[in-house]
Each structure stands twice: as C-alpha cells, then as structure tokens.
Design a protein. Structure first.
Length: 363
C-alpha cells in the first residue's frame, strides 16, 4: 500500500506560529523524509465557506495568503501537491454518498463540532454545511487514499469519525476505502500553542496571534506585551513559570544554541526557569530573549514569503498544477466508490448485460 499524506487549512486568514508548531513544521519534516509516495495539502476554501458564506471575498482573498505561508515555511511543490478544495468537484459527490452512513446525532456528538458550534454561537441555527464538516473532511481524506493525516490535537475526533465512515462503507460495499491514521506533534506544548494573552487558543478575532508574515516590529510589540505571571511585579519577586506564556513559548523554541547566542549567562532553559522561580530575573529579560529567538525563527520564513509575493504568477501556477493532479487522484477514487456501490452505469457494459439477462429470463 502506498504511503500518502493529506492535510490542509481553512483560508480564513494568514497562518500564525500556532499553525507552524502545531502542524506546518511537522508537514515539512514529513515531506522531506522521502518516505511518502504522494503528498496533498489542501486549501479548504469550500469548508471555510460554511461559516463565511456571506463573505466569500474573505475566503477568496485568503487562498493566496495561505499558499504564500505554505511556500514560505518550506512546503516544496516538487514534492507536495498544493490544491484548492472547491476546484475538485469529486469531493462534493463523495460527501453526498457518505452522508448516508452517518446519523445527525453522531455528528452533533463530535467533540470538535460541539466546540466549534459553541465558539461561533450557532446554537440551533447551525448551517447544515457546517454540521456536515466531519463528512466532507472524510471525503477529502479518502479521495486521496490518505494513510497519514497530520493534524492538531483538536482534530483527532474528526479523524476518528472518518475511520468510522470508512468502516461503514467497507462493511456494506466491500474493501474499497483506506483507513487514515492521525499524526500529531510529539511535544504536548506544540499541539496547542496558547495565544499571547494566555488564552487557550490563538485567534485572529482575539488579537492574540503572531503571524508567520509579521514584521520584526510587530513581533517585538506582541512579545513585549505577552502575558506572564501577574504576581511577579518586581524583579526580585519569585515568579511562576507554569501558565507563564513567555516560558511556554520558550519551551517550544529555545535551545542551548540560542542561550549561547543571546543569553550566555544561562546554560539552558532549566537554569533560566530556576532563576525566575527564585527571584531576581525580570520579565523584560525573558521577553527580549524570546523576541530574539522568534526573530531568528521567522526571518527566513518572511524572506521566502517576500520572494513568492514578487512571483505571484508562479504561485498561482503551483496551485493550478497541484489541483490538476489532485483531481486525477480524486476521480480515480470516485470511480472505485461508484463501482463498489454499483452506480457506475455507463463505465462499461456490465449494466447493459445485467438488464439484458434479466429480461431474457422473463422471455
């Protein structure tokens, strides 16, 4: 069996460092292992429309922003097919068939769906398309016969539901669809990097994000305004590192080389934490240290983005080529699905033979 990756993002805004540590970095790592036969990364514009249907321009404008972010972090179009979801119509047809395999009550029990409904305040006025999200995502995954789906931890219930749909289909129609496996970051902190204000999730609407495309000044301003320990008022006061966003980010990004470069009086993060907990270490020092690290981490990403911003024709061509390849793959899967369901009437002469034989028996 081929090893195939499918993953993606909704184009509702530029991608931020939460996306980077939670998924993007892992995608690039997997891409560069050379272990996978095919890789597809989807810009899920159709899914984004389910809660932005009255603002299609927002989705349209952000398709290119997400594509630029993909290329800037190291997604290589020579190794990875970047596609636009709405341009692969086979996904819609697969979703239609899979809808018969899932109950309404099961969709409503999906933890990810429940959280998203609460977040958006839909209550009883939820759009059917939004509630249908787990089914359409299953269509996305199975269309490309994905065996590996790199996701954030919050998406695990979606992969579990996809596996349920695959199982139901295969039980009814025979072994046709491939079972996907979720891949999440090993580092627990990386799975869900908190916002700069200490909130559990980065969100554009909350204004607590650091975007991959932020300027050096924007990064510095956001880092210096980060939430720390509210009881750490004076430098000599003992401070808490638990729940301290600056240290949460340092857990993800800081390594010994950065200490040698920017804070040589400390060997590593353990020493820095110990000093902060004892007292005698100010918040400004640790924020400046984090700012230096993030500047180093994001500078090459920002430079690559600048290159592609000046070569937008190439970016659109990359999307077009990736989408064409994706359509070929999805079309092959759709043929298999319709064949298994016996609704491929004109694919060959089997249907004609069946009805001729049926009526010959009558005669």
């Amino acid at each position: 069996m081929k090893k195939i990756i499918l993953t993606g993002d909704r184009p509702t805004g530029r991608l931020h460092i939460g996306h980077f540590v939670g998924s993007l970095k892992n995608r690039v790592k997997l891409q560069n292992t050379g272990e996978f036969d095919e890789i597809y990364i989807m810009i899920a514009d159709a899914q984004a429309l389910t809660d932005n249907f009255d603002n299609p321009k927002k989705v349209r404008d952000n398709v290119i922003e997400v594509a630029l972010d993909y290329l800037s972090v190291g997604i290589d179009p020579e190794k990875t097919n970047i596609l636009i979801q709405s341009e692969v119509s086979e996904l819609t047809e697969l979703t239609f068939y899979y809808m018969n395999l899932v109950t309404l009550s099961r969709l409503k029990r999906n933890p990810t769906v429940k959280n998203e409904l609460k977040l958006r305040g839909f209550e009883d006025s939820v759009p059917v398309g939004f509630l249908n999200y787990p089914i359409s995502q299953t269509a996305d995954i199975t269309a490309f016969e994905a065996t590996c789906v790199p996701v954030g931890e919050d998406q695990l219930p979606m992969i579990e539901q996809a596996r349920e749909i695959v199982k139901s289909f295969n039980n009814i129609y025979g072994e046709t669809l491939v079972y996907p496996e979720a891949v999440i970051p090993q580092n627990e902190v990386e799975r869900r990097l908190p916002g700069t204000d200490g909130k559990a999730k980065m969100s554009k609407s909350l204004g607590n994000t650091i975007y991959l495309s932020d300027t050096p000044d924007e990064i510095k301003r956001k880092v210096m305004g980060m939430y720390t320990d509210p009881n750490h008022i004076r430098v000599e006061d003992p401070g808490n590192v638990e729940g301290n966003v600056v240290f949460t980010y340092l857990d993800v990004f800081a390594n010994d080389a950065y200490f040698e470069k920017y804070l040589p009086e400390y060997k590593n993060l353990d020493e820095l934490k110990k000093k902060y907990q004892e007292g005698g270490l100010g918040d400004v020092v640790i924020k400046k240290f984090l700012n230096n690290i993030l500047q180093d981490e994001l500078a090459p990403i920002r430079e690559r983005r600048k290159y592609y911003e000046n070569h937008l024709e190439d970016v659109v061509k990359i999307l077009e080529n990736g989408t064409k390849k994706a359509r070929i793959k999805a079309s092959e899967t759709l043929d298999k699905v319709k064949g298994a369901m016996k609704i491929d009437y004109f694919k060959n002469d089997e249907y004609l033979k069946e009805i001729i034989a049926k009526y010959q028996e009558k005669w």
